[in-house]
Design a protein around this ligand. Structure first.
Ligand code: UD1
Length: 420
């Protein structure tokens, strides 16, 4: 198992490129089930979650192979309609296959994902949406069994905005008979990118980029190539890495529009930000101003950046409140940050941070993807050495992250460890 060994106290500077969006690609891959054929997905990040989704597709008879950030997908021989527990438990996004399997084959058996490191993450909305499209759903032995001779267009309102359930319903509805109207659809860029991909494949979708999607079902779709959008969460993490070390960096190959809310917060915290085309420049040369952070659905502040903001605010002299309204238990990083000497209290779904206190290196345990990013960021400013264990969590969603940080002047070594 790998760990990161971080020597703190180095200021980051320079220029770095952002990879393709993990969450974006995880939605595109299952969409290839909808039309048998050959696809190339360019700008695919080489990440554990992408391998897991590819493994799942291959277990169903497809052939996926990643070479130099191009994912080749051949979905022609996909003929098994089951997502097994072993893969779904590794990655919840595996649940995305439910909609496309139902739409193309009229049946699917998909393991329930269960909880996740930071608490329960239900799939009730995915199931309700499929039922509304006419599928019969039953649950037995931890598996969802779904059947439908032909899905039928419907009207559906998401009482809670859900990225995954919107994506799943969209993929199911494009081949349904008639028109489907989805209201309170998720607005996240990864869903917009999925909708655009589906349209490129021949789907008819109105309202893309809005919370009301109208899908006119078609009989068939065709395979096409696509380029993944930039990873907005990786970009935000790198910008915070610059800010936390009082550094000055340029993050390239991003879509700044996807990061507007984060950019505003960085500016409020005292960063000098400049946006030019697909590049964001960020400079922080003093202690950050304490700035509260409350997550919400897009275009609000992403829950996937909450943990990183908590680490950043450890540098701010004064009190900050960081609240997660999307995943209210998502604070596994807090007890680990406390081991560095951080003064953080958890009250309900908020972290109350009394920042500006010195941090000293310690051994920390990652337990989820974004939480591990928060520990690495804190390691960059802690005095001495910080070991971050279980970086496989980080490897799920950050491509060559330690290499990128080292290019910017950090000292992060990946090492094998016996410690689990
Ligand atoms: C996606 C992202 C994840 C991000 C999250 C929120 C992927 C692969 N993952 O996850 O990185 O943190 O969006 O931006 O894209 N909910 C229900 N019932 C459901 C589904 C969701 O109650 O059936 C609730 C969740 O508990 C949560 C909220 O809806 O409170 C949003 O979750 P959702 O948008 O579905 O997250 P994911 O798609 O799982």
């Amino acid at each position: 198992m790998d760990k990161f060994v971080i020597e703190g106290g180095r200021r980051l500077s320079g220029s770095v490129k952002v990879s393709g969006s993990k969450n974006g690609v995880l939605a595109l891959i299952p969409a290839t089930i909808l039309a048998p054929g050959i696809y190339n997905i360019f700008n695919t990040p080489n990440l554990r979650d992408v391998w897991t989704m590819s493994q799942l597709m291959n277990s169903m008879g497809a052939f996926c192979e990643l070479n130099d950030n191009t994912l080749f997908v051949d979905s022609r021989n996909l003929n098994k309609f089951e997502a097994p527990y072993e893969l779904v438990k590794k990655m919840r996004a595996s649940f995305y296959v439910l909609g496309p399997l139902l739409a193309r084959f009229g049946e699917a058996k998909v393991s329930l994902p269960g909880g996740c490191a930071w608490g329960p993450r239900p799939v009730d909305l995915h199931l309700k949406a499929m039922e509304k499209l006419g599928a019969e759903i039953s649950i037995d032995g931890g598996y969802v069994y779904a059947k439908a001779k032909k899905l039928k267009g419907t009207r559906f309102n998401f009482d809670v905005s859900s990225v995954g359930a919107t994506g799943n319903m969209l993929m199911a509805a494009v081949l349904a008979e008639g028109t489907t109207l989805i209201t309170n659809a998720a607005l996240e860029p990864e869903i917009t990118a999925l909708a655009r991909f589906l349209v490129k494949m021949g789907a008819q979708i109105d309202g893309i980029g809005t919370s009301q999607l109208e899908i006119h079902g078609v009989n068939s779709l065709k395979p096409v190539d696509e380029t993944a959008i930039p990873d907005r969460i990786e970009a935000a993490t790198l910008l915070i890495a610059a800010a936390i070390t009082k550094g000055e960096i340029e993050v390239k190959d991003v879509n700044p529009y996807h990061l507007s809310s984060v950019i505003v917060k960085l500016e409020e915290s005292g960063c000098d930000i400049d946006v030019t085309g697909d590049t964001i420049y960020c400079k922080q040369d003093s202690d950050p101003i304490p700035i509260d952070f409350t997550t919400s659905i897009y275009p609000g502040l992403p829950t996937d950046v909450q943990a990183q903001w908590v680490a950043y605010m450890l540098q701010a002299k004064g009190q900050t409140k960081v609240t997660d309204t999307i995943y209210t238990d998502r604070f596994k990083h807090v007890p680990e940050l406390q081991r560095l000497g951080a003064d953080i209290k958890l009250i309900d779904n908020s972290a109350i941070i009394n920042g500006g206190k010195p941090l000293s290196g310690a051994t920390l345990m990652s337990s989820d993807l974004r939480g591990s990013a928060s520990l690495v960021l804190a390691g960059l400013i802690a005095e001495g050495t910080t070991d971050v264990l279980r970086v496989y969590h980080m490897d799920r969603g950050y491509e060559k992250f330690e290499e990128k940080l080292n290019i910017l002047g950090a000292s992060v070594k990946r090492m094998k460890t016996e410690l689990i």
